[in-house]
Design a protein around this ligand. Structure first.
Ligand code: C5P
Length: 243
């Protein structure tokens, strides 16, 4: 079989040319990184779980009319996606204080926020993905005001959907990050949810015990990451075979 042409390799995923123009194959690796890749490990089975979980969330979003890059899952580690122009911003939605927000504002982790808060970070590893304001985003041309309004609306819809999914299985969605891409249809642009949605990019706490079921298990050395992700997949009913 002909090898696929690699288009891009990131920390946790590889993108290959897809079978048709405008498509890519997204491959989920087992690599885990944290603190801007200063901490690294191979976590056996993580890629398989994230491929399944991202498929589950992207399909669910499509069902409620939120556009995504997802087309279909190909196999245990790969999915076919639409090629998009990634907006160079990480869009973080927070329901409870945790992580960098707790550090920055001195809020105790787990404090319920007055409302969901959307933050933007510039996607730039060399700078450590700094928090940026809407003023920065528009002034430097990373997105215009209309894009920003659309991104906030999209992120809040994703938050409502994911919060509901997790609430139903006894998990609190503390915060998460998404990436958003543009798809061009002539001069007309559509914003879609891209990249992945998985426990790598969410904070997920068991509602009863507060147990962490996300990448903080790896970041903070709290136990076995595959076990945590398997528990999330099991509760959502998307547990793959052979993990
Ligand atoms: O570190 P921080 O508290 O800002 O992270 C907020 C949320 O965004 C967490 O769920 C984290 O997993 C996610 N995130 C991510 N990729 C990054 C930074 C944060 O998925 N580069």
């Amino acid at each position: 079989m002909a090898r696929r042409k690699k288009v891009y390799e990131g920390k946790a995923k590889i993108l290959y040319e897809g079978p048709e123009p405008g498509t890519l194959v997204q491959y989920f690796k087992d690599d885990a990184t944290a603190f801007n890749a200063q901490k690294r490990a191979i976590i056996e089975g993580k890629g398989v779980l994230n491929n399944r979980l991202s498929e589950f969330f992207m399909k669910g979003l499509a069902q409620i009319g939120v556009p995504t890059h997802f087309i279909r899952r190909i196999n245990m580690r790969e999915q076919l996606i639409r090629s998009v122009e990634i907006i160079p911003l990480e869009v973080v939605v927070r329901n409870y204080a945790a992580g960098s927000m707790s550090t920055r504002l001195g809020l105790e982790e787990g404090t319920l926020l007055p409302r969901p808060i959307v933050e933007f970070c510039l996607k730039d590893d060399a700078l450590g993905d700094p928090l940026v304001s809407e003023e920065h985003i528009v002034a430097f041309g990373w997105a215009n005001q209309q894009d920003l309004d659309d991104m906030v609306a999209l992120a809040l819809r994703v938050n409502d959907f994911l919060s509901g999914c997790f609430l139903a299985v006894g998990i609190k969605l503390v915060d998460f990050k998404i990436e958003i891409g543009r798809i061009w249809d002539g001069d007309y642009q559509r914003l879609v949810v891209a990249d992945e949605i998985s426990p790598d990019s969410c904070r997920l706490w068991d509602m009863e015990t507060g147990q962490k079921l996300d990448k903080d298990v790896f970041r903070r050395d709290l136990g076995n990451l595959t076990d945590a992700y398997t528990e999330v997949a099991r509760r959502l009913g998307v547990l793959p075979q052979n993990v």
